[in-house]
Design a protein around this ligand. Structure first.
Ligand SMILES: Nc1nc2c([nH]c(=O)n2[C@H]2C[C@H](O)[C@@H](COP(=O)(O)OP(=O)(O)OP(=O)(O)O)O2)c(=O)[nH]1
Ligand SMILES: [Mg+2]
Length: 133
């Protein structure tokens, strides 16, 4: 890790529906990594567990309830201006229709369709891990 760059820990959700599709969202145009697709999630706040963070972020970003399940993978990645750890959990949709509250668009996609979307560089290993399950 490069100690001169800002560092954040991000809780990330692979949200599965009943037919085996995953929820992805398109980051807002104009913002950082604008227009790229991601798995929903966000910064882990002080005093919060990863699971608490994921539940909170998914309520804030999508307005739905989920159950946080097994840990999938954690990725350390250095971008030009910051570094992060993405802590990724399988999650299960419980209730509510997802809304693009903090993104430009959301979609339910099958694992094989992930290839059709552009994700940030840190996501390569996450997508490989999802494909491998
Ligand atoms: N939620 C999520 N974030 C990701 C993924 N891949 C990836 O590089 N990231 C990065 C983008 C952001 O820098 C950070 C997520 O933090 P956040 O959701 O709290 O913050 P944000 O997008 O508002 O970003 P910022 O204001 O801190 O720049 O992790 C991913 O698949 N999902
Ligand atoms: Mg976020």
């Amino acid at each position: 890790m490069n100690s001169t760059l800002p560092y954040k820990r991000i809780g990330v959700a692979i949200i599965w529906d009943r037919v085996g599709q995953i929820l992805i969202d398109k980051r807002k145009a104009g913002g950082s990594m604008g227009g790229l697709w991601e798995f929903p999630g966000g910064k882990i706040e002080a005093g919060e567990t990863v699971a608490e963070c994921i539940v909170r972020e998914i309520r804030e970003e999508l307005g739905i309830e989920i159950r946080v399940g097994e840990h999938l993978i954690s990725i350390d990645h250095t971008y030009p201006n910051f570094q992060l750890t993405l802590i990724v959990h399988h999650c299960h949709h419980i209730s509510g229709t997802p809304q693009p509250i903090e993104s430009d668009e959301i979609r339910w996609v099958s694992v094989s369709e992930l290839d059709n979307y552009r994700f940030p560089a840190a996501n390569v290993e996450i997508i490989n891990a999802v494909r491998a399950i």
